[in-house]
Design a protein around this ligand. Structure first.
Ligand code: CUA
Length: 365
């Protein structure tokens, strides 16, 4: 039997080690590694509750262990003194839990009110309208006339006021390192306020089950120095139509972008002048400046983009983007490469760039 006993006593620590080894306390999506005042306030509250719970646990298990050892069978043969009721003990056992609950409740309510407070945005704030779609994110910057998707750029020196909405089902906006999650509900004007004082890239994730590709509904928050942010915003000042670079493959990709019907859903012109695309699908203006694709499921590279265009459903099951090339299409490789090259060129500086379209003329050539 010693083997069985050894096995039994070894199981709990092994299980605990396995569970803990799955934790990455400083991962890119870890609320335990805060990068802004809101996330910090939430972590402080978490830590306070954690240590308080640990104290309660140590106290409870301590008493339990003492009683088990002190009164274990075999040491005593006499019947313990029989008693009924102990007013002092009962009052103590009522008051102590109340004190503990108050110690948790007061900071909790205080943090909720501090982080949930609605603000009236001032000129100093950066206001961004965020709309959740199955399964991607639209970000609109009214101040700059920018519409973009899945990548929220913010400057380090400004408070960010997000106006959260949903176009279909419930979603939940969550950037663990910057701010807690907030639900996005159709026709309800929710707000989330945060500051990202350190430049960096922060992972975001939809935190409310929204069917289908919910787990693939990710995004990035990119916080950058004010000058870099303004330079990025300036790239959207494209006056009518997105420039098309002179590179022949890029030109070919641009043609195919219209011919294959991409423009039915996607615009590259921010909806300013041309009736191309629909606001219900991601705006691809300056797509080449994005770091990820498919709502942040993959790095935005030529190779990944080709795989995405070839079979979006294979990478993100259930999403609404169709495969536009049949498997036996002999031109698929060349055409997919061209469209990918075109998309990656959007918004990137190029000496040879030429204005292919002027004014509202767009698409069907
Ligand atoms: Cu959107 Cu889950």
């Amino acid at each position: 039997m010693p083997m069985t006993r050894w096995f039994r006593s070894a199981v709990p620590p092994i299980l605990a080690a396995l569970l803990l080894s799955g934790c990455d306390f400083a991962g890119p999506q870890s609320a335990l590694d805060p990068a802004g005042p809101i996330a910090q306030a939430q972590l402080d509250l978490f830590n306070w509750s954690l240590w308080l719970s640990a104290l309660v646990m140590i106290g409870t298990f301590g008493v339990l262990a003492y009683v088990i050892l002190r009164y274990r069978r075999g040491q005593r043969t006499d019947v313990p003194e029989q008693s009924h009721g102990n007013p002092k003990l009962e009052i103590a056992l009522t008051i102590v839990p109340v004190i503990i609950v108050v110690m948790v409740a007061v900071p909790t309510v205080r943090t909720i009110f501090a982080t949930e407070a609605r603000v009236t945005p001032t000129e100093d704030d950066l206001v961004v309208k965020v709309t959740g779609y199955q399964w991607w994110w639209k970000f609109e910057y009214p101040e700059y006339g920018i519409t973009t998707a899945n990548e929220l750029r913010v400057p380090t020196d400004r408070r960010v006021v997000l106006q959260l909405d949903s176009a279909d089902v419930l979603h939940s906006f969550w950037v663990p390192r910057l701010a807690g999650k907030r639900d996005m509900i159709p026709n309800q004007d929710n707000q989330l306020v945060f500051t990202a004082p350190e430049a960096g890239e922060y992972y975001g994730q939809c935190a409310e089950l929204c069917l289908g590709a919910h787990a693939y509904m990710k995004f990035r928050v990119i916080s950058e120095e004010p000058a870099a942010f303004e330079a990025w915003a300036d790239t959207f000042d494209i006056d009518g139509a997105q420039r098309v670079q002179a590179d022949p493959q890029v030109q070919r990709g641009h043609q195919l972008f219209a011919q294959k019907g991409c423009t039915t859903c996607h615009t590259v012109d921010g909806y300013r002048s041309t009736p191309v695309g629909t606001p219900e699908f991601p705006d691809l203006t300056n797509f080449g400046t994005r770091t990820t694709l498919g709502a942040a499921i993959l790095p935005n590279t030529q190779e990944n983009l080709e795989a995405w265009l070839r079979d979006p459903d294979a990478l993100k099951p259930g999403n609404y983007m169709p495969a536009l090339w049949s498997e036996d299409d002999p031109d698929a490789d060349e055409e997919i490469a061209a469209v990918a090259a075109y998309l990656l060129s959007l918004g990137t500086p190029d000496e040879t760039e030429a204005r292919a379209f002027v004014g509202g003329d767009h698409g069907d050539r």
